[in-house]
Design a protein. Sequence first.
Length: 438
Amino acid sequence: MSIGAIGIAAVVGLLVLMMLRVPIAIALMITGTLGYAAAQGWAVAFKTLAAVPYELTGANPGVAYSFTVVPLFIFMGAVASRATMSRELFAAANAIFSGVRGALAAATIGACGAFAAICGSSIATAATFSKVAIPEMRRHGYDMELATGAVASAGTLGILIPPSLILVIYSLVAEESIAKLFAAAMIPGILLAIGYVLVIAILARVKPHLMPASPSQPLAARLRAVAGMWKLALLFLLAVVGIYAGWFSPTEAAAVASFAAIVIGFATRTLSLKGLWAAGIETVQTSAMLFIIVIGAFIFSRLIVLTQFPATLAGAVKAADLAPWLIIFSIALLFLLLGTFLEEVSTLLITVPVLLPVIKGLGYDPIWFGVFVTVMCTVGLISPPVGLTVFVVQSQNPEVPLQKIYRGVLPFLAADCVLLVALVAFPALALWLPSTLK
């Protein structure tokens, strides 16, 4: 079998294993190892299987140090969640939007966007506001289709608004600057949050029966609620602005912000030792899950590079002389398809090693592509039949049928589509802010 045929067989084999519901980390390791065995023999295959985990954790101190940013950002979000910051954010957002129809739904979008700035995880964001926002909307008479759809959709902001775990992992795979990726995602993330609020405003006019009008709060109450967001502002300053300003490296910023979250939690008596322990356990479990997938993905991506599959694919695309927008549209469809049965980390780790050379060959900036695929991952998070944030919301609201939540997210998907078109038409939306960094 030729080296190119081995690459094609590995990709097909991976897809087959995924369809058979083999865990993605195991599927990546199996196809990667078998591919190496076919290409260079079992000795090299087993050596690679043993070497990759060691190289990612110890053999290369630079790489190992870069990976420490992942558990640190996870830990910061877990501590912030247990220190009641999410409830304070929701109260502040509700005060800001008070007096208009759909204020609680709009407040949910705003609070999710703000919480994303200290969390970095869509699953955590959706889970947190399922507990905080949905009971409040139910109590005020909101239609549950709208309430659950708003939380599931707004939860996706967790992987787009920095600091984002997806962007961190993309930076490691694509070997791009974390600071530039965070800067690139800032404007699109804010635009998507605004788009979701506009969806609420349109629904409030078209279907006012779905959401009641809320009483307006006095200015003093609004200012007090906004002042209560100082915890978030401080963590955002350390975790994100600190990276942009050059005060810290990404890993240092994550460590400083995590420590600050602990200090704030204990100082304000909103965090207990039990809560801190639970945050640590959650961090270990989530990090272990991510790292085993990353190890499998690195083995698979090395095989893909060895077989020159990306170069062959790029050559085929160039020979086909397709319009760049058509290729981008095809990539978007691929992400939409994969997003229906894979979670976002797996989707990214499988596709980026193959598609990034094609994107570079078309003249697109890899920083822009990182934002593009992250937005596509937000779509996958709420697309049937496997929308993970939808599952999270439904698991905490079992009385709401899954089909009802999917109907609730449909209007919000329009905002995602508009943002994707805008990113392709105006790449500067993602590239202007990174260009200002040194």
